[in-house]
Design a protein around this ligand. Structure first.
Ligand code: PLP
Length: 400
């Protein structure tokens, strides 16, 4: 009898996590790598949040808590939704887990039956399809290329809906493209969803605060209030407060689903770490004044990278409206040969060439379902970004 269950073969290790680990290994081994693979802010968690966590530990918040989050944290999350998104939730509609990733996993594990279809616009965050497949579902991809600014249209959505469609996944701002839906676009998508009463929407809003050029953020459930009972809104503190390592995310949605997710979590991880909940409570209740500076810095980096890469050495690089990634196309380099005589057949070859020959770590578009492209994170210092752009351009220029 085999040791491993068949369902393990349904998933791959997260390509972005792998790329980041590889870059860190090479740096630890003394190599001069520009690490552009990170999916996490390079800022420190704000001091006030760390202080609050420390005080909570001293006050004895070191024990088990309610499985899916303390009452105080759930109330703070409801208040956040009210204040920032004009959404009204009760604490029993909130699920708190060890990162948005766990909350998304729980949601699909509790609602996807064998063969249920989950519509995922591409490019997509690497984990959605694997989580769906692990739970017996079938990802259905809708490709939204650069020519439509990486935003799926309502017509495209309509064309893939079948009687087996269970969920639509939205992720705005998007990882890896930074594409951000306008309120009007969300409304058009909502109109299609409204015509299919068995379809639910998981809207992953974890990059909500990371939007540029004075854009205002539109949350799907706020734009489509009639769909609130069919919407699970996902968010967390990882990206907005630079708290990736604390592992704290949350979801808000239909109470029966939230209850099922609590049951699952009670038999898997139990509560998210008590100290992380205390930290998240301080983050959500505290001032976000620090964030303006972070946003300006991200925007400066974005403008620099796009200015360097777009239209140069065969690359085209759209300017993202949000998140901290650019997603350039490397189509012009497919079929070319490296100075070492290797043919670039795919974006994976291209990314390996950048890493091995020019010491720049990025992630291949194949991981995100839209090729040939690659993802560059600009959640790193301006010095590293400048050097990475120099190296990427030199690498492209050297291809024949
Ligand atoms: N959703 C998206 C779109 C992400 O990019 C990420 C992390 O990269 C997550 C969810 C997971 O966030 P968390 O750290 O809260 O698990």
């Amino acid at each position: 009898m085999q040791l491993l269950a068949r369902r393990v073969d349904l998933i791959q290790p997260s390509p972005s996590v792998m790329a980041m680990s590889r870059a860190k290994e090479l740096i630890a081994a003394g190599q001069d790598i520009c690490n552009m693979a990170a999916g996490e802010p390079d800022f420190a968690t704000p001091r006030a949040i760390i202080d609050a966590a420390y005080q909570a530990l001293l006050a004895g918040e070191t024990k088990y808590t309610a499985v899916d989050g303390t009452r105080a944290l759930k109330e703070a999350i409801c208040e956040k939704f009210r204040r920032e998104n004009a959404l009204t939730y009760r604490p029993d509609q909130i699920s708190v887990g060890a990162g948005a990733k766990q909350v998304i996993f729980n949601a699909f594990a509790c609602s996807v039956d064998e063969g249920d279809e989950v519509i995922i616009p591409a490019p997509y965050w690497v984990s959605y399809p694997d989580i769906v497949q692990f739970n017996g579902g079938k990802p259905v991809f809708v490709v939204a290329p650069a020519s439509q600014e990486f935003r799926m249209t309502a017509e495209q959505l309509q064309s893939v809906i079948t009687p087996r469609s269970k969920w639509l996944v939205l992720n705005s701002p998007n990882n890896p493209s930074g594409a951000t839906f306008s309120s009007a676009e969300l409304q058009q998508i909502g109109e299609v969803v409204a015509r299919h009463p068995n379809l639910y929407v998981l809207t992953d809003e974890i990059y909500e605060h990371l939007i540029y050029d004075d854009l205002s953020y539109a949350s799907f459930a706020a734009v489509n209030p009639s769909l609130s009972e069919r919407t699970l809104t996902i968010n967390g503190v990882s990206k907005s407060f630079s708290m990736t390592g604390w592992r704290l995310g949350y979801g808000a949605g239909p109470q029966p689903l939230i209850k099922a997710m609590e049951k699952l979590q009670s038999q898997t991880s139990g509560n998210p770490a008590s100290v992380s909940q205390a930290a998240a409570l301080a983050a959500l209740k505290g001032s976000m004044e620090f964030f303006g500076e972070w946003r300006n810095e991200y925007q400066r980096r974005r403008d620099y990278i796009v200015g360097q890469l777009d239209g140069r050495e065969g690359l085209s690089c759209a300017k993202p409206a949000g998140a901290f990634y650019v997603y350039p196309s490397c189509a012009a380099h497919i079929g070319k040969t490296t100075p070492g005589g290797k043919r670039i057949e795919t974006d994976t070859d291209f990314v390996l060439y950048l890493l091995n020959e020019y010491k720049v770590a990025t992630v291949q578009g194949a991981a995100y379902g839209l090729s040939p492209s690659f993802r560059i994170s600009f959640a790193t210092s301006m010095n590293v970004i400048e050097e990475a752009c120099r190296r990427v351009l030199a690498a492209c220029a050297a291809l024949q």
